[in-house]
Design a protein around this ligand. Structure first.
Ligand code: ATP
Ligand code: MG
Length: 645
C-alpha cells in the first residue's frame, strides 16, 4: 500500500486505519452504530485520491439523500479535492445518470420525467378509476386503494417477485382480484410510457436492464469504476446488490460497509441477508470496528443492552467522557408529551445547545402533530424531515410542472397540473385540452393555437398563452420560474392561500437554487434524485432549526440531543408490524433511533393512552410488545412527568 498521509493517520484509530488502507477487492466493513463506518468511507476516498486515483474512477453509493449530501461534503473537506467527476449519491441518482447517458440503448427518450411517489400514485389512481368505470361501481369497493396498489407493485419490483407473490405478502384477501390488480398495473405501465416518465422503481429496473442487455456499456462503465464504495449496505435490495456486482466485475474493488442491526427497509425489499451473502461469496475480506465514538458511555451501555433479536452481537466500547443517564419520561397523554418535549427543547437551547443539534424522532409522521403545534405556540423553529418534502408541496409542484411541460411536452400529468391552475379549467376540461394537444407535441406554435381555441370568457388561458409564448426549453430555469411567478402565479397564491407569504418565500428559494443551473433538465433531475438539492438539509444548516424526523429519515445522522417520542406499544413498535410478526424489524428501527444520540437521550411515552383519534375515528390498538421493558432498570433514569410540569 501507499504511504498514509499524516492527516489520515491522525484522524483514525488502528482498526479504522486498517480498514481504510487494506480494503482491496471484495471487502465488508461491519460495525455497530457510531463506530465510524461512514468516516472510514470518507477517508477511504481521501486516501484513494491522495494515492493518485482520479475521482471519476470512484463510485460512491449511499442510501438517503441527506446522508449522501453529508458524506460527499465530508469527503471533499478531508481530501481537499472538489472530487469533480466522482459519481456519488443514492441508487436512484446513480441509475438516473446511466439512463440519461445511454437512453437510446434502453429505448427511452432522454428527457424523461421522474415521477415522485405522489405523481406515481396519481397515475395509478387514474388507471384504477378508469377500470372501476368499466367494471361498474359495485366492484370499486373491493379494489385496494391507489396507495396500497403502489406498494404492492413496488414490493414486487424491488423483491423480484411475481405480482401474485407480492399480493400474498401484502394481503392475501386481494388474491381473488389479482386479475384487476394486474390490469391496473398494465395500464399504469402504458401511461408512464405515454407520459415519457419513470417512477423511482423504473430507474433501478431499467438501469439493471441496461447493463444486463448491453455488454459494451457494462464494459465501459465497469472499467471506469476502479473503486466502488457503498455505505449502509444492509439496506440494499436484490436489484441494487446485483447492480453493484455487475459494475464491479472488471476491477473487483467493491467495498461495502454496514450494520445488520440497522436494516430497516424490508418493506422496500431490503435484505440484510445481503450482508451474509456478500460475506460468504468468494474471498471477501472482513474488517470489524468496535469502538463507538458518537455517544456517551451511558448511551453506549443502553445500546449494548438492546441489540435487536437475530442480529450479530456487537459489544461496543465507549470512549467519550461520561454524561447524563438516558431518560425514560412517562407522560400522561400526547398533549402532555408535546408539552414536556417542547419545554425540554427550550431548556437545552437556553443552556447553549444550538437548535440544529436537537432532534425529535418518531415511528410515523402523525406522531409529531401535537408537538408541531406546541413548538409553533412557543415560537421554536423546527423543520420536518418527514411529511411532504419541499419539492412535494403543492405550490412548488405547480411551478415545477411548467418546467416539465417545456422540456417534456408528453408529460400529461404536468399538463393537467398546469392547466388546472387557470380559471374555468377543471378535470374534464383539462382532459379535453390535453387530448387535443396530443397531436402537436413538441410544436410550441400549434400548442399555443390550440390553447387559444379553448379560451372563452369562462376558460381564461391568456396568462398561460403569454408564458408559453415567451418561454421555451432553452430558457434558463430561473427565468422560467420568474416568468411564471410574475405573470400570474403570485396573484394566484394570494387568492388561493391564506399563507401565501410563506409560499412565495418557497418559490424564491426554488428560484435561488435554479440560478445555479443553466439547463432545465439538469435542474429537474437534481430536484428529483440528487443530493445536490436537499432543501430541508440546507435550511437546517443555514437557519439553525430543531429537526423533526421519522427514524427512517434520520438514518446515519447524529444529534447532541435526541428525543424518541410515542414509545408506546402500538405506536412504536407499530401495531401493524407487531401484528404481522415483524417485530425484529421494529426492534431494528428502535435501535437506529436511540443510536442517533450523542449526549442526551430521552425516550418519551404516554402511559395514560392517547386522547387523539386517528385514521378516521378508530383508535389505534395497543400491542403487547413494549420496548421499555427490554431496558435494564439501571441503564436509564425514570421520570414521571405530571400535569404540574
Ligand atoms: P451509523 O451506523 O450511525 O451510520 P457510523 O458507523 O457510520 O454510524 P460515523 O457517523 O462515521 O459512524 O461516526 C460517528 C461519529 O463518531 C461521528 O461524529 C464521527 O466523526 C465520530 N468518529 C468516528 N471515528 C472517530 C475517530 N477515530 N476519532 C474521533 N471521532 C470519530
Ligand atoms: Mg454511517
Amino acid at each position: 500500500p501507499n504511504p498514509v498521509p499524516e492527516f489520515i493517520n491522525n484522524s483514525l484509530d488502528l482498526e479504522q486505519l486498517d480498514a481504510v488502507v487494506n480494503s482491496v477487492g471484495r471487502t465488508l466493513i461491519v460495525a455497530g452504530p457510531g463506530s465510524g463506518k461512514t468516516r472510514v468511507i470518507t477517508y477511504k476516498i481521501a486516501y484513494l485520491v491522495s494515492s493518485g486515483i482520479k475521482p471519476e474512477n470512484i463510485l460512491l453509493v449511499t442510501f438517503t439523500r441527506a446522508a449522501s449530501h453529508e458524506m460527499i461534503e465530508r469527503a471533499r473537506r478531508v481530501s481537499g479535492s472538489d472530487l469533480k467527476g466522482m459519481l456519488a449519491g443514492t441508487f436512484h441518482h446513480v441509475c438516473n445518470h446511466f439512463l440519461r447517458k445511454y437512453s437510446k440503448r434502453v429505448d427511452i427518450d432522454a428527457n424523461f420525467t421522474i415521477l415522485d411517489r405522489e405523481d406515481a400514485k396519481d397515475l395509478i389512481k387514474h388507471c384504477r378509476a378508469q377500470l372501476i368505470e368499466e367494471l361498474g361501481k359495485k366492484n370499486s369497493s373491493i379494489l385496494p386503494s391507489a396507495g396500497v396498489l403502489q406498494s404492492i407493485y413496488s414490493y414486487a419490483v424491488n423483491c423480484g417477485l411475481s405480482l401474485r407473490e407480492a399480493i400474498v405478502h401484502q394481503n392475501k384477501k386481494f388474491l381473488g382480484i389479482e386479475e384487476h390488480i394486474e390490469e391496473i398495473w398494465k395500464r399504469y405501465t402504458v401511461l408512464k410510457l405515454e407520459n415519457n416518465s419513470m417512477d423511482y422503481d423504473d430507474l433501478l429496473v431499467k438501469a439493471l436492464q441496461l447493463f444486463e442487455n448491453n455488454s459494451e456499456v457494462l464494459e465501459i462503465e465497469s472499467t471506469r469504476f476502479r473503486w466502488i464504495l457503498v455505505d449502509e449496505f444492509q439496506d440494499t435490495n436484490i436489484l441494487q446488490y446485483r447492480l453493484l456486482e455487475l459494475l464491479s466485475n472488471v476491477h473487483g474493488n467493491l467495498i461495502v460497509v454496514g450494520d445488520d442491526a440497522q436494516s430497516i427497509y424490508s418493506f422496500r425489499g431490503a435484505r440484510f441477508e445481503n450482508v451474509f451473502d456478500f460475506l460468504n461469496k468468494g474471498d471477501t475480506k472482513v474488517f470489524k470496528i468496535q469502538t463507538n465514538y458518537r455517544s456517551t458511555p451511558e448511551i453506549v451501555k443502553l445500546i449494548n443492552n438492546i441489540v435487536p433479536t437475530n442480529s450479530v452481537e456487537k459489544n461496543l466500547k465507549a470512549v467519550r467522557t461520561s454524561g447524563p443517564l438516558p431518560v425514560v419520561a412517562e407522560t400522561w397523554d400526547n398533549m402532555e408529551e408535546a408539552n414536556f418535549v417542547a419545554q425540554k427543547i427550550e431548556e437545552h437551547i437556553n443552556d447553549g445547545i444550538s437548535p440544529e443539534r436537537i432532534a425529535v424522532l418518531y415511528r410515523s409522521h402523525y406522531h409529531s402533530l401535537e408537538l408541531q403545534m406546541e413548538l409553533d405556540r412557543r415560537k421554536i423553529d423546527y423543520i420536518l424531515f418527514s411529511g411532504p418534502k419541499f419539492v412535494e408541496t403543492a405550490h412548488v409542484k405547480d411551478i415545477i410542472s411548467f418546467l416539465k411541460v417545456l422540456i417534456n411536452p408528453s408529460d400529461q400529468l404536468s399538463w393537467g397540473r398546469v392547466l388546472r391552475l387557470f380559471p374555468g379549467v377543471g378535470i374534464s376540461t383539462s382532459l379535453k385540452i390535453i387530448d387535443s394537444l396530443r397531436t402537436c407535441m413538441g410544436d410550441q406554435k400549434r400548442i399555443i393555437e390550440k390553447l387559444k381555441a379553448f379560451s372563452t370568457s369562462r376558460i381564461k388561458l391568456e396568462h398561460l398563452i403569454d408564458i408559453l409564448s415567451s418561454a421555451d426549453a432553452e430558457l434558463q430555469p430561473a427565468n422560467v420560474i420568474q416568468l411564471v411567478h410574475n405573470n400570474f402565479y403570485e396573484n394566484y397564491l394570494d387568492e388561493k392561500y391564506p399563507d401565501a407569504r410563506e409560499r412565495k418565500l418557497d418559490i424564491e428559494r426554488l428560484e435561488e437554487i435554479a440560478e445555479r443551473y443553466s439547463g432545465i433538465s439538469e435542474f429537474l433531475e437534481d430536484l428529483a434524485v440528487s443530493e445536490k438539492v436537499d432543501i430541508e438539509r440546507e435550511r437546517v444548516e443555514k437557519e439553525s432549526k430543531v429537526v423533526l424526523s421519522t427514524v427512517h429519515q434520520a438514518k446515519g445522522l447524529e444529534w447532541d440531543v435526541v428525543f424518541v417520542i410515542a414509545v408506546n406499544p402500538g405506536d412504536f413498535p407499530s401495531y401493524f408490524a407487531v401484528n404481522e410478526g415483524n417485530i425484529d424489524e421494529e426492534e431494528r428501527v428502535f435501535y437506529v433511533a436511540i443510536t442517533r444520540a450523542r449526549d442526551y437521550l430521552y425516550l418519551v411515552r404516554q402511559k395514560g393512552g392517547r386522547s387523539r383519534p386517528m385514521m378516521g375515528n378508530r383508535y389505534v390498538f395497543r400491542s403487547g410488545y413494549d420496548f421499555i421493558t427490554r431496558i435494564p432498570e439501571d441503564a436509564v433514569e425514570f421520570w414521571d412527568v405530571g400535569w404540574d410540569l
